[in-house]
Design a protein around this ligand. Structure first.
Ligand SMILES: *Cc1c(COP(=O)(O)O)cnc(C)c1O
Length: 321
């Protein structure tokens, strides 16, 4: 099993994430960029194998000095790499994003010359729908193409693909989001341990009467007497505005709904009847009690976007992550 630490470790910090994963036994890593690959190499030292998904560009020196293994995604990248060192080959089986198309394979074979292939890989477009018919189509195409490379190790599945079943595992699986607490599936999400927690402090607690409204646009009106708390977290910290009126914080063992709109640095939550709601108390907005997949669903987005916007922005602010 490889560990994908692209997008700066899914927003959590590629260096910290890869150190933790190496300690847990990971020996193979994937980054998106050469720069990330070089950071991970510096953090982990010589041992681990580090693949760079975007492949070589004008960074051949860094790829070589940091002993990174580029993924060759096009005939141009194969030529640019020019068999300098072992590389991976990405075959496109239907995602039409990166990779050598089936019709280009004969050219790729001759361009590869004596490039030693550390891996032949492809990527599933619809893995998150476990029963999606396109998965089997891509599997078939991958098996057919891989016949041309009988000695190379093979890899097809990311997190969701790995959960489809053993047919999709080949020699190496490449989970990313699964390592960070999401099942990556459209349905029947397995419960995975949360690895990222976001908490923010209450600034004020207020009592409200029926008919009072809250926040920008006055989009929520109290139907009865309420107690509310204003929390120091907002979309500037990566807490998506689409969670307005939909998300929740967790305090005193219960979900506390967001009232009205998320603003730049502030959120108002309903803390009626919650004795723990005092200025300075920390409210959990992501973590074991506010699961990543749940928050993503409420926000109408993917867990990937929650982590990368949240964690990236939070590092610049005072919110505890
Ligand atoms: C992002 C990515 C992965 C990891 O995907 P997850 O869904 O996060 O598990 C694996 N392989 C490739 C090519 C990727 O781009």
């Amino acid at each position: 099993m490889a560990a994908v630490v692209k997008a700066d470790g899914y927003g959590l910090g590629a260096v910290g994430a890869s150190r933790a994963l190496a300690q847990a036994g990971a020996r193979v890593f994937f980054t998106a960029t050469t720069q990330e690959g070089a950071w991970v190499r510096r953090a982990l030292g010589e041992g681990p194998q580090i693949f760079v998904l975007n492949g070589p560009a004008d960074d051949l020196d860094v790829l070589q000095s940091a002993k990174l293994t580029p993924v060759l995604n096009s005939l141009a990248q194969i030529k640019l790499w020019d068999a300098r060192a072992p590389a991976a080959l990405h075959i496109d089986t239907g995602m039409n994003r990166l990779g050598i198309g089936p019709e280009e394979l004969p050219h790729a074979m001759s361009a590869l010359k004596d490039t030693s292939l550390a891996l032949v890989m492809s990527h599933l477009a619809c893995g998150s729908g476990l029963k999606h018919p396109f998965n089997a189509v891509q599997l078939r195409r991958f098996i057919d193409a891989s016949m041309l490379f009988p000695r190379a190790p093979l890899s097809l599945a990311a997190t969701a693909g790995a959960l489809i079943g053993a047919d999709y595992h080949f020699d190496l699986i490449r989970p990313g989001i699964g390592l960070y607490g999401s099942g990556a599936l459209d349905a029947d999400t397995p419960t995975l341990t949360a690895v990222a927690t976001i908490e923010a402090p209450i600034l004020q607690v207020r009592d409200a009467l029926p008919g009072e409204t809250f926040g920008y646009g006055a989009t929520f009106t109290a139907a009865e007497k309420m107690r509310t708390a204003t929390v120091a977290l907002g979309y500037a910290d990566g807490y998506l505005r689409s969670l307005s009126g939909r998300g929740y914080g967790v305090l005193g063992g219960a979900k506390r709904p967001i009232l009205g709109r998320v603003s730049m640095d502030l959120i108002i939550i309903d803390v009626t009847g919650c004795a723990e709601a005092q200025p300075g108390a920390m409210v959990e907005f992501l973590g074991p009690n506010a699961p990543l997949d749940d928050i993503a669903q409420l926000a109408g987005t993917a867990p990937y976007e929650i982590l990368t916007t949240f964690a990236g922005a939070v590092r610049k602010s005072g919110v505890r992550a």
